[in-house]
Unconditional design. Structure first.
Ligand code: XMP
Length: 514
């Protein structure tokens, strides 16, 4: 059965992935493509609807991103958002120019509730605006179905051709009824049935994996993170003991994490899979001894990881397939999908293919956003604790210990981090903060404990809110919570006499310390 699909054409806006995620929340499958994608390719995909994203340009300037008029004549519903809305007007004969008043932030929009976009939406609704240009004249055949105090055309429609132009950003949560509007477009105007659901995704993927693998042997590098865990469980459900998972404990995991992963995936766990745990702590510590430079540390950890994995793979013998936990944002960020050119320089522990002799890669989560991976995980019965685990970098605590890594510093940061996580959870903040952890600075300072002088390390607490991990803001944690964490760390973790809270955003900082 052909999957119903909506296409998001990316004009370089910062919310491109958000648009796609919101559409998927309406149970409609959708993919992001660059605005440079050829019209023939779009036709071949047979989309049920097309959404044009925002973007930083002015559509009337020479060389600005554009699209052929034919796009609006395919008979496929099109929704333009911000830049996409202006472009639609510009291409179809309206006028766009610099606005006398720039609108930015939450804005009251008065909408015509008889428009198919606004079924169930309030006549006056709060929306997120961010634009310098405005539509000063709508294209022929369109009518205005939304305005604000400063913007005469906040929404325009040509109902008979199913073309809609929205000046604000329904995909952003500040637009209070934005999801309803997107729902009205994809489910109402485009007529999508809403068949994109995680239970059927899991079921179909398992079937497809079975067919692909046949009687082949499959190898998976399991890190205990969400993506590789969900991928491993899916494979195990599909092909049982044809799968082997290798879990390398590099001694840079969070407190008790190695044992927790083993408890779930090992012989006593709920899954029947061949699970190999390699305790390589000493090996990593000795390679890291005396090394302070962050990039060097990252390289050593990455390379050693490969060596260990390779040795295990050799013991297993020739494998036919290697599993990778690639998810959709990785695909988009690596430039395959949208317009964005940002590529993470991070190495992922899943990214090992060139060291192992195998025929093909299996990427069962390639189409999913992180929240969908989590839903798929829950669907397959993976414990919530694991499914909602914090993102954790491949080099682990190695990049949370500034300077040389030693077993003792690992102990300090593990214990401090465990306390921090416990208190954040107690305060009910664990699902609201994007990412939080304790790190160990390389600074030692003088303190006094009891009547004794101390000369110990300073722990830094980090907590950030972020949409995409490319930019981030320090999270506001109540002062009492920070105080509790501070006093527990100082009292319970030997070797620490100071605790800092890191206020730095990204940029200029990064989320991790190194
Ligand atoms: P930074 O520190 O670059 O981190 O602001 C952004 C996000 O990426 C995670 N991170 C990594 N993930 N391998 C990974 O798989 C890595 O080498 C790596 N380094 C950073 C980090 O935890 C944050 O979520």
């Amino acid at each position: 059965m052909e999957k119903e699909k909506v296409i998001v054409l990316d004009f370089g806006g910062q919310y491109n992935q958000l648009v796609a995620r919101r559409v998927r929340e309406c149970n409609v499958y959708c993919e992001i493509y660059s605005y440079k994608t050829d019209i023939e390719q779009i036709k071949a995909m047979n989309p049920k609807g097309i959404i044009l994203t925002g973007g930083p340009n002015s559509c009337y300037e020479p060389g600005a991103p554009t699209y052929t008029k034919e796009l609006f004549e395919l008979g496929v519903p099109v929704l333009g958002l911000c830049y996409g809305a202006q472009l639609m007007m510009h291409v179809l004969g309206g006028r766009v120019e610099k606005a006398p008043v720039r609108e930015y932030g939450k804005t009251e929009v008065m909408v015509d509730t008889t428009s198919p976009l606004f079924g169930d939406v309030s006549a006056t609704t709060i929306c997120w605006m961010s634009h310098f240009d405005y539509i000063s004249k709508i294209a022929p055949g369109f009518s205005i179905v939304g305005h604000t105090a400063d913007c005469p055309v906040a929404v325009a429609e040509c109902r008979e051709k199913n073309l809609y132009a929205i000046q604000f950003h329904p995909e952003v949560l500040h637009t209070q009824e934005g999801t309803k509007m997107l729902y009205n477009f994809v489910r109402g105007v485009c007529g999508c049935a809403g068949t994109w659901k995680m239970d059927s995704f899991v079921e179909n993927s398992i079937k497809a994996i079975r067919e692909k693998v046949g009687k082949g042997k499959v190898l998976c590098a399991l890190s205990g993170g969400v993506d590789s865990s969900v991928a491993a469980v899916m494979l195990s459900k599909a092909i049982g003991d044809q799968l082997t998972c290798v879990f390398v404990d590099h001694g840079l995991l969070r407190k008790d994490e190695g044992d927790e992963v083993e408890e779930i995936f090992g012989p006593k766990g709920q899954y029947e899979l061949n699970f190999i745990r390699v305790n390589a702590q000493e090996r990593f510590y000795s390679k890291l001894a005396g090394v302070e430079e962050p990039e060097k540390k990252r390289k050593i950890i990455g390379e050693e990881f490969i060596r260990v994995f390779e040795e295990e793979a050799k013991k297993i013998g020739a494998v036919d397939f290697l599993v990778q936990g690639t998810i959709y944002p990785d695909v988009v960020e690596s430039g395959v999908g949208g317009e964005s050119v940002v590529i993470k320089s991070h190495h992922n522990v899943g990214g090992l293919p060139d060291c192992v002799d195998f025929k093909e890669i299996i990427e069962p989560l390639r189409d999913l956003f992180k929240d969908e991976v989590r839903k798929a995980g829950l669907e397959m019965g993976i414990p919530e604790k694991l499914v909602f685990r914090q993102p954790f970098p491949g080099p682990g605590l190695g990049v949370r210990i500034v300077g040389e890594v030693t077993a003792d510093k690992v102990r300090i940061v593990q214990d401090a981090d465990a306390i921090y996580r416990e208190e954040i959870a107690k305060a009910g903040l664990d699902r609201t903060i994007g990412q939080y952890f304790a790190a160990l600075t390389n600074m030692r300072s003088v303190g006094v404990m009891g009547d004794e002088r101390t000369y110990d390390y300073a722990v830094a607490l980090r907590a950030v809110n972020t949409i995409d991990f490319m930019t981030a803001e320090a999270a506001e944690i109540p002062f009492e919570v920070l105080q509790t964490v501070m006093s527990r760390i100082i009292n319970e973790v030997r070797g620490v006499n100071r605790v800092f809270y890191d206020l730095t955003s990204k940029p200029p900082g990064t989320i991790e310390m190194e």
